[in-house]
Every structure is written in C-alpha cells, then in structure tokens.
Design a binder for this molecule. Structure first.
Ligand code: BDR
Ligand code: CA
Length: 316
C-alpha cells in the first residue's frame, strides 16, 4: 500500500520534536512538508527548530516553511517556554545544526502547493495553534477536498493547562480554532488533554530512548527538560508528549478511540476564553474527539518507532 501523505504544522517545542521524529520513523506515512507557527516560543525559533529536527533525521529534503507569527485576530503574548525552554528545545537547540534550508513560499502557499500536487488525499497534523490551518482553509477553500483528515492536538473538555478552562494550542488562537473546529467541514480528529495527559511516559522510557544511539540521545536530552519541569510541578518522574499522541493517530488511524460531537470554542474575553466544549446546538458539524486508548501499547509503539531513528538514519 502506498504511504499516507502527511503534513505537520508545528511549533517545536519538546513534544513537537518527538512528534516530528515519530512521523519520520513511521513507514506508513510520507511527510511531504513541515509548516511552522508561533506558539511555544516565537515563530523564528519554532521555524529554526523544525529545520534543526529535520537535519537531525537527515531529512533536509523535506521543505519547511514559516507561517503565522501571531494569532488571526487578537494579539496573545503568552508562550510556553517554561515547559519547552527559551530555545523551544529544552536548552539543547544549539546541539542540533539547522542545515535544512527555509522554503521561501511561506506556510500557506506550501500547504496549498502540497495539496494541489497530491495524487491521494493528504492528512494534516497541526500540533500548535490552528492559525495556519484557518488561513489555508480561508484562502484556498477549493483545496479542502484534498484533505483526507486533520488530526489536531488541542483542547480540553475537562480543565485546561494554560487557564483553568483552556488548553495552550486553542488558547493561543481561539478564533482560528473556532473556524477550523466548528465552521469548516473537513473531517477532524481532535486530540485533547483529556487523553494526552494519561499518555505520559516515565524516566525508564526516556532512559531507553537515550541509550539507543546518538540521535535518540539528542532527542532524549530535549525531552529531559519537560521531564524536569514535570517533576518540579507535579513531583512525578514523567513527561507528557501531547503532540506525539496525535501524530501516532495520524500515522496509524484508529490508535485512539473517539466520540463524535459538535464543538464550540469560547472566543469571548472572560475567564473561559479558549475553552472547547460540546456544542449545545448541533449547528456545528461533529468532530471526532479522542478520549481513550490502550496507553501501555501507545507508549511502547512511540518508543519502538523512535528507537529506529539511529538505525534508520544510518542506512538512509
Ligand atoms: C500543547 O501545547 C504545547 O505546549 C505543546 O507543544 C502541545 O502542542 C499541549 O497543550
Ligand atoms: Ca506543539
């Protein structure tokens, strides 16, 4: 069977790094492009980090283009450098050279070009704020039919991680999230905190990754920052790789069990700005919301794939 065509839209980001490398070590997909967005850190840094990660995997052939530097409508200054380090890669960015060139087209044009050229439908995996995806669908509605599915990490039905109500990616650009989740009709699987928080990996998992070879050790070093922050915040030797959970679903559809429901995104300026809820009326189309999975199997599957990073790169 020919591989599924995939584009990742990302704001690396410690868990974005794991997610990107997971896609690159998964033979079921062909990663056609990486587009970047502001989010965990500023756009210039997320873009440099995406280029660094492709270089680490010896995949400088995959185009990287920069997208939105800010949300669609209302400026939002909050970043997540506490969890990702000021360089976005846990203080280890300098250990990864950025040899992958920057594609001058920009994210929306690159996404559109990939969709237009694709002979089979493309899966989009946005794992940062949804700004680029909202722009793509606004500027190129004629290409919506070329998207097989959007698998997005974001939202929380029960309690946020940025405010009490909102998860980071949605809080970063609620208007974009509203457009993509509630107004468009492209099939979407949303992977919220409700499931990702259960999919933590522990120190032993990370140690196994670190021992597999130099590239795996570099990734483990990046993730270690998240592990230390989690330890400080919650007193547990764990790290949550939110974006890798979503990308595993994009790579192996059906990994996560979903419940279909219409969603609304709170775009007001109260304490619940950015909250994602089951919509009261069914005016919005239904979205597949991932709520459960076989967690031990998922952890093992992500690790099994990442461990091939050194072996696979050595034979590439
Ligand atoms: C999401 O926010 C970011 O900090 C992570 O990279 C992930 O995409 C989790 O809420
Ligand atoms: Ca992210």
């Amino acid at each position: 069977m020919s591989p599924t065509l995939l584009v990742i839209d990302t704001d690396p980001g410690v868990d974005d790094a794991a997610a990107l490398l997971l896609a690159l070590t998964s033979t079921e997909v062909e990663l056609r492009a990486v587009t970047t967005v502001f989010g965990n850190v500023e756009l210039a840094t997320t873009t440099m980090n995406a280029r660094r990660l492709l270089t680490l995997a010896s995949r400088s052939d995959i185009p990287v283009a920069a997208g939105a530097a800010r949300p669609l409508v209302h400026p939002q200054a909050q970043r997540a450098d506490k969890w990702h380090g000021t360089d976005g890669l846990g203080g280890r960015a300098d250990t990864l050279p950025a040899a992958t060139p920057l594609d001058p087209r920009g994210a929306v044009t690159l996404l559109a070009d990939v969709l237009r050229a694709a002979k089979t439908p493309v899966t989009l995996a946005p794992i940062g704020p949804l700004t680029n995806i909202a722009l793509l669908l606004a500027v190129h509605p004629e290409l919506a039919g070329k998207i097989d599915r959007i698998v997005a990490m974001g939202g929380a039905l029960r309690g946020g991680n940025t405010t009490l109500a909102a998860e980071f990616n949605i809080y970063a650009d609620p208007e974009a999230a509203h457009r993509v989740l509630a107004e468009e009709s492209v099939p979407i699987t949303l992977v919220p905190l409700d499931i990702t928080m259960n999919c933590w990996v522990d120190g032993q998992w990370l140690d196994e990754l670190a021992a597999a070879g130099p590239r795996c050790a570099t990734l483990a070093g990046v993730i270690d920052h998240g592990r230390k922050q989690h330890q400080r915040a919650f007193g547990e030797d764990r790290v949550v790789l939110h974006d890798a959970v979503a990308v595993l679903e994009a790579v192996v559809p059906g990994t996560l069990s979903c419940t279909s429901m219409p969603l609304s995104v709170e775009c007001g300026f109260g304490a619940d700005r950015g909250a994602v809820r089951r919509a009261e009326s069914s005016d919005s189309r239904p979205v597949d919301v991932a709520l459960s999975t076989d967690v031990p199997r998922l952890r093992a599957e992500i690790l099994r794939r990442l461990l091939t990073l050194d072996g696979a790169a050595a034979t590439a």
